[in-house]
Design a protein. Structure first.
Length: 362
């Protein structure tokens, strides 16, 4: 039996060993190259990061400059556009508004747009002048007249703004045209309506306790607040309704009698007289104001203030106001003296140029 050799050829062993050594050297070289590449990569990343940060800072600085320039350019463009708008608007504006544009705080260029908006708004709240008969079972014209006269007196004693009076009466009429109440609640309705109007119009509205006191405490604070809540809900918190006074102020501005305070106060007197009778609700506030203005100018200056220029800018021709003029004139001449006493006392004062002493010679 032949023996099996326990070793291989020495030459083969040397050859195999040299191959292993070579392979290990190659692996070490590859690892060394990888390490160097990684190190170079880190350095490149650091350099790149530093460059990016520097670039970002530069970009931010540049952005600030661009934004600053942009803001200045936007401001300049806005001013140019506003100036252009004013120039264009001036071509289609009443002379009185053009003169007001000299006042930097004036918004004269929008005055006519505001007036048109007021005309649209008043159409949304037209009240049936016969609502007392249709809605109320206990409250009659006389009861309403006494309430309005009382509100006028309280309004005077607290020295409230003129618009507050108109808003109060508007709240009363709108509410009564929608909700039937007892006659015993009418006075409380007036207090609650005045409370709401003063909060809406006055900077320093009177306290509820003062209103209760002047009402001789006929009802409690809780009852008034409950009525206030009922009014707010019924009228859906909407109390911006242009009054005859607001329209009167616009007509004064448009007219050639703008500097005549006596005509304005007498027209205001007629507007407030018109609040006393629900019948005049058949005419919109803008019509009552126009009629009062025309009558005042005729009574004081014996002139026709409603010229072609007024017709152009108010959208009312005098012939369209004929019925309103007749109704205001008739009521002013025939109003119950019991209702008129407070207004006469108010407009007899020097601050109103004593216009209540002027005869109704229309």
């Amino acid at each position: 039996m032949n023996a099996v050799p326990i070793t291989t050829n020495p030459a083969e062993e040397v050859k195999t060993h040299m191959q292993h050594v070579k392979e290990e050297q190659l692996e070490e070289e590859e690892e060394d190259v990888k390490g160097k590449k990684y190190s170079i990569g880190l350095n490149e990343t650091t350099v790149s990061t530093n460059f990016d940060a520097s670039q970002k800072a530069s970009d931010e600085t540049q952005s600030d400059i661009v934004m600053k320039e942009s803001a200045e350019q936007v401001s300049l463009r806005c001013k140019e556009r506003m100036d252009a708008y004013k120039r264009d608007a001036k071509k289609t504006m009443p002379l009185s508004d053009q003169l007001d544009m000299r006042d930097t705080q004036s918004i004269a260029e929008f005055a006519q747009e505001v007036y048109q908006s007021m005309l649209e708004k008043e159409r949304e709240f037209i009240i049936d002048n016969d609502y007392l008969k249709k809605v109320q079972s206990e409250i009659k014209d006389t009861s309403r007249g006494f309430l309005v006269e009382w509100i006028i007196d309280v309004h005077r004693k607290f020295r409230l703004l003129p618009e507050t009076l108109h808003v109060t009466i508007s709240i009363v009429d709108r509410f009564l045209s929608l909700q039937n109440i007892k006659k015993s609640q009418l006075h409380m309705l007036g207090v609650a309506a005045l409370l709401i109007a003063t909060k809406y119009e006055e900077i320093y509205p009177p306290e509820l306790r003062d209103l209760l006191s002047i009402s001789e405490n006929k009802f409690t604070k809780e009852e008034v607040l409950q009525m206030e809540s009922q009014i707010l809900t019924t009228l859906q918190f909407d109390f911006f309704i242009p009054s005859s006074l607001r329209f009167l102020e616009r007509y004064r501005k448009l007219s050639n009698t703008a500097s005549d305070d006596q005509i304005f106060y007498f027209a205001q007197y007629l507007c407030e007289i018109s609040l006393l009778d629900a019948f005049l609700l058949k005419h919109k506030p803008s019509e009552i104001a126009a009629a009062s203005f025309i009558l005042a100018a005729k009574a004081i200056k014996k002139i026709n203030s409603w010229n072609a220029e007024m017709e152009k800018w108010t959208s009312y021709k005098e012939k369209d106001l004929k019925e309103a003029i007749e109704d205001v004139k008739q009521f002013a001449c025939e109003v119950n003296p019991k209702f008129l006493s407070t207004l006469k006392y108010k407009f007899q004062k020097p601050e109103y140029l004593s216009v209540a002493s002027i005869a109704f010679n229309f």
